[in-house]
Ligand binder design. Sequence first.
Ligand SMILES: Cc1cc2nc3c(=O)[nH]c(=O)nc-3n(C[C@H](O)[C@H](O)[C@H](O)COP(=O)(O)OP(=O)(O)OC[C@H]3O[C@@H](n4cnc5c(N)ncnc54)[C@H](O)[C@@H]3O)c2cc1C
Length: 477
Amino acid sequence: MGLRTVKQYKESLKDGREVYMYGEKVKDVTTHRALKTCVDTMALDYEAAELPKYKDLAIVFDPELGEEVSRYYYIPKTGEDLLKATDLIIEFTAYADGYIPLAKDIGADALNAIQITANMIGNKDYIDRINNFRKYLMKEDTAIVSAVTDVKGDRLLRPSDPKQVHPDFYVRVVDKNSKGIIVRGAKMHITGAAYSNEIFAIPCRAMTEQDKDYAVAFAIPCNTKGLKQICRPVKSEIGPMEFPCPRPLRMHTDSLIIFDDVLVPWERVFLCGEWQHAGLIALHFGLLHRRTGCAYRIPISEMFVGMAYAIAEYNGVLNVPHIREKLTDAAMYLQTLKALTRSACLDYVMHGGMPVPNPVTTNIGKYHFADKYHDLVKVIQDISGGSLITKPTYQDWQNPETHEYMKKYLSGKSGIPAEHRLRMYDLIRRWLASEYEVMVLHGEGSLMTQRMTILAEAKEELLRCKKIAEDIAGINP
Ligand SMILES: Cc1cc2nc3c(=O)[nH]c(=O)nc-3n(C[C@H](O)[C@H](O)[C@H](O)COP(=O)(O)OP(=O)(O)OC[C@H]3O[C@@H](n4cnc5c(N)ncnc54)[C@H](O)[C@@H]3O)c2cc1C
């Protein structure tokens, strides 16, 4: 079949899958009021791949199949290949205005983790099965996500521990027959699963011999009998209080996936009982997926840094010393993430015959963006000021009785129309502003006002301390 179109992707989702959201069973995910936004977001992976400017990045000629295939499913052979796969994620996330399209990237992480593990343990059956499955993904250009995180029950107890309230907190094999294995359990937070074609399920941790029924990895179509998904709520459209935007809102939801005695055919089983190797799949998925995470955080962080710069400029405070310092921190956050992501690819290690992004650098990259993220948010909220949460709405902008007041009083620096400031506030608020966080920062005055007051009021005390130091240094006679 070759590379898919957006239309083919959307048609493929009308397959009788069992999905629930907002207390109802979803008839068709492509037309559902909330899920259609998510479907459109995932479809961007197919849409962007059709654009000539992304062709070299998105598509690779596979000599074995003799056809062009998605780079997501192409086996990387060098650090350059890793870098191109990373650039693909960065470009497509930028194309989706900071939302990861997600049709194939997380699935590809599980695909490669399974392949590396099969190669490392040298199991020919599993190597053949994953090779065949890869060819199927390449030929059909299938969307696939990864279900790794089990619901887990008591976190301190092993999956098979009899003290767990029941034995199904981690997905496990409950039966086997000539056709395949029967699995039961539940995975949680699985992004994009409601509008993917397939799901990889792999262990989320190392297993012991007692846990061997939980050492299972497989792939199944989303409409498999017994597979049920319950989605979390999403903001699926720009509401009436925000300025309408010509660029549609992008969004994903995550599913609680229940495997209610699901039959998985043998040819789709990639681990079954080999408890010693469960941790290897989980480890490699983590490594590959953290590189993916670093990649898609780059365009999102670019947007955040842009928000900080724009609102500083609109408010006329761009050249204030403490704002310049904060923008410097924001620039360092972004550049560190970019450098770590890139160097992790080039400084790769070989596992199971496949290049893997440098494990230490990748984990530092993921740690950096997550650990310092709240500092960046604080910078943006601080620069924005309290208007971020107290400004009137678009509905008031449209009301002739209040429009002119807003236009006059809510503009910023000369030349910056009120509408630009208000639109930027809408964007920042949509992504980053919890009302309470902003209230804490700006209620009773911004952080810098306290610092300035502290310095002024503590002057006498500082001079007294200076004298103490000078006395001890022998400066004052
Ligand atoms: C928006 C979103 C999207 C996601 N998408 C996916 C996806 O597509 N696929 C997927 O598989 N997963 C996905 N995840 C899941 C993600 O990987 C998990 O949330 C993460 O691994 C943490 O697991 P948890 O949420 O069960 O938290 P918990 O495991 O409950 O952790 C909560 C806290 O308890 C601590 N803790 C837990 N167990 C122990 C222990 N044994 N000893 C000491 N401390 C412990 C943790 O360190 C942490 O501080 C997603 C999560 C989110 C929020």
